[in-house]
Design a protein around this ligand. Structure first.
Ligand code: GYE
Length: 379
């Protein structure tokens, strides 16, 4: 290199040529670094994941100016939520070209709305919201719309005209509830208890959150079909371990015989299990009370592997990379092909022979949990 440089010094045209070569090499490196760093997924479009290849024309170079992103998070109530926050911090890093403004609303809906207003005043370039409740969003999202700040919703859905947000990435909560109902129906049949009276208690998530509403609605379809299933009570555990424990303690004092507890997330399930441990009641795979849960985060899956949770329906918390991907597409002027995207998810069980679940979209083979499966998982 030194030798080439020395030769070129004597010939200005050659010097210019060398400078161009170096600039080209630098650009190539920058593009390569971008592709390597981002680790953004392909956006799924109802099963047609190939639709969004990273090799498309939407690949853009990192902007020199950092992209300001305002992220309004629900809180830190569960393992699931913490996994989502971690994913947000990782993808919206300075290294990846972002300046992140993050708010943990500690489950206070009003704090979320105020943060959105603050971020609009900043102003940020993009707003990402994981809403606590379905309600209360129209006014503030209209403000973002008129300020020309695109909004991406993650996780729970909201009741608001679609034109006020650019995209939503999350889960089909109603389907999760249906899977839970279908699994219970088949499990009881397998046990020869298909015609027995079954006493069920539910520990709901934060009331008015679309995850709570959807899981309740989906499971209710199966409650309706089974007149022998008695829903004894449904109380709110706020998606927390302490909430789940308090509600279960109350149920154990009130009801003589409980066959099933359906917890709307893993942390509530841990709380319910602790309450049953304390009361000397057996549960899970070899116990008296069937435990159903949602999320399938790492600790939840360990509980499935240990036979404490009978069935756990996954809800994928790793939506932030999808939001980053959408932002890059918007910056490159590539229209998003769909407004609503469902993340890929599985269903897990401690059953020896995992069942095949059926939905409108096809079948889903439930999975058992092994050490090696746990090691492969990202959260
Ligand atoms: O199930 C729970 C969390 O909205 C899907 O919120 C999310 C739920 C998740 O705190 O663990």
């Amino acid at each position: 290199m030194k030798a080439v440089y020395a030769k070129c010094r004597k010939h200005p045209a050659a010097m210019l040529f060398l400078a161009c070569l170096l600039a080209l090499a630098f650009c190539a490196c920058a593009v390569w670094k971008l592709a390597d760093n981002q680790k953004e997924p392909k956006l799924p479009g109802s099963g047609q994941e190939g639709e969004y290849s990273l090799d498309g024309p939407e690949r853009v170079q990192l902007p020199r100016k950092l992209v300001k992103v305002g992220f309004v998070q629900v809180g830190h109530e569960s393992d699931w939520r913490i996994a989502m926050t971690k994913s947000c911090m990782e993808i919206f890093s300075e290294e990846n070209g972002y300046e992140l403004y993050f708010l943990d609303a500690d489950n206070q809906p009003q704090a979320q709305v105020e943060a959105v207003r603050r971020f609009i005043r900043e102003p940020v370039d993009y707003l990402i919201i994981a809403p606590i409740l379905t309600t209360g969003w129209t006014a503030v999202l209209k403000e973002a719309y008129h300020a020309d700040i695109p909004v991406i919703l993650l996780d729970r859905t909201i009741d608001c005209d679609e034109r006020y947000y650019a995209a939503w990435f999350g889960s089909d909560f109603v389907q999760e509830g249906r899977y839970a109902g279908q699994w219970l129906q088949s499990y009881l049949n397998r046990q020869g208890r298909g015609a027995d009276d079954i006493n069920i208690v539910a520990i709901n998530g934060t009331l008015g959150a679309s995850a709570q509403l959807g899981r309740t609605e989906g499971f209710a379809e199966y409650l309706k079909r089974h007149r022998e299933w008695n829903l004894l009570a449904e109380e709110c555990g706020d998606f927390t371990e302490s909430g789940g424990r308090a509600v279960m303690e109350q149920y154990l004092e009130t009801f003589e015989k409980i066959d099933v507890v359906i917890c709307q997330n893993d942390n509530e399930a841990f709380g319910a299990c602790a309450a049953m441990d304390e009361a000397g009641i057996s549960y899970g795979k070899d116990g008296d009370v069937i435990v159903i849960s949602f999320d399938a985060a790492r600790a939840g899956l360990e509980a499935v592997m240990d036979g404490k949770i009978n069935a756990d329906f996954e809800c994928n918390p790793l939506s932030p990379p999808y939001a980053a991907r959408a932002i890059r597409q918007m910056r490159a002027g590539v229209p998003l092909k769909k407004k609503h995207f469902y993340l890929p998810e599985d269903c897990f069980t401690s059953d020896e022979n995992p069942m095949l679940l059926v939905s409108e979209n096809g079948t889903k083979q439930m999975r058992s949990v092994t050490r090696s499966l746990l090691e492969e998982r990202a959260y």
